[in-house]
Ligand binder design. Structure first.
Ligand SMILES: Nc1nc2c(ncn2[C@@H]2O[C@H](COP(=O)(O)OP(=O)(O)O)[C@@H](O)[C@H]2O)c(=O)[nH]1
Ligand SMILES: [Mg+2]
Length: 211
């Protein structure tokens, strides 16, 4: 009988509002481009990825709005998040500067991350590949230029991160842990339930009382 190992990773795209986090997610999960998405409150998308023969990952992706009033939700999710896509818009220098100024400070040191220069299809880019690569080097992360309009490198951005998380996790578990024959043990632990409940409460307060 073939042994299939199933793991569960949680990832989160981070970046200013409007850089295209939701669009990137739609392209990756549904292979669709929906222009002009509304401001995201928060959504959880789930997909499956095979990272090597016999190893599958159930990937949970939290998409939380990048606008300032929603940012207070992000720290609740950080402890349960295995890796981050640091997304900026290649046509918006401020979103590039904010990776270092606004988003990196949220993250625990040496979190698996991939820097994504998004909207690479756009003619009016104002962040060069060289400076983005320099930032990636400074942060010690991989850099990918992607476009959700064309789909270019979208899969690569997510899957580079998944591979990196997998490598980190394997380093921390020297002994191979088997999950059994063809079996899956995926459970929602307290560690995941708490932020989920807090998030639901937050959205309720935000929508009904605009706190
Ligand atoms: N040219 C171009 N525009 C994009 C791309 N991805 C997203 N957009 C546009 O950028 C805007 C913001 O996208 P959205 O996903 O809502 O950003 P979010 O606030 O980071 O979730 C939308 O109008 C999208 O149509 C892309 O790859 N290329
Ligand atoms: Mg969004």
């Amino acid at each position: 009988m073939t042994e299939i190992q199933i793991r569960m990773f949680q990832i989160m795209p981070l970046g200013d509002s409007g850089v295209g986090k939701t669009t990137l997610l739609n392209r990756y999960i549904d292979d669709s481009y929906i222009p002009g998405t509304a401001i995201t409150m928060a959504q959880l998308r789930i997909t499956n990825v095979e990272i090597e023969p016999g190893v599958k990952v159930k990937l949970q992706i939290w998409d939380i709005g990048g606008v300032k009033r929603l940012r207070k939700m992000i720290p609740l999710h950080i402890p349960n998040t295995d890796g981050f896509l640091l997304v900026f818009d290649l046509t918006d220098r401020e979103s590039f500067a904010n990776i270092k100024n606004e988003w990196i400070p949220f993250l625990p040191e040496s979190s698996p991350c991939v820097l994504v220069g998004h909207k690479s299809d756009h003619k009016h880019r104002c962040v060069s590949r060289e400076e983005a690569e320099e930032l990636a080097k400074e942060l010690g992360v991989s850099y990918v230029e992607a476009s959700s309009v064309t789909g270019h490198n979208v899969k690569e951005a997510f899957e580079t991160l998944v591979q990196q998380i997998y490598r980190e996790k394997k380093k921390q578990e020297p002994q191979k842990q088997e999950t059994g024959d063809d079996c899956v043990r995926v459970s929602l632990g307290v560690g995941q339930l708490f932020p989920l409940l807090t998030l639901m409460l937050f959205i309720f307060l935000e929508v009904y009382y605009n706190v």
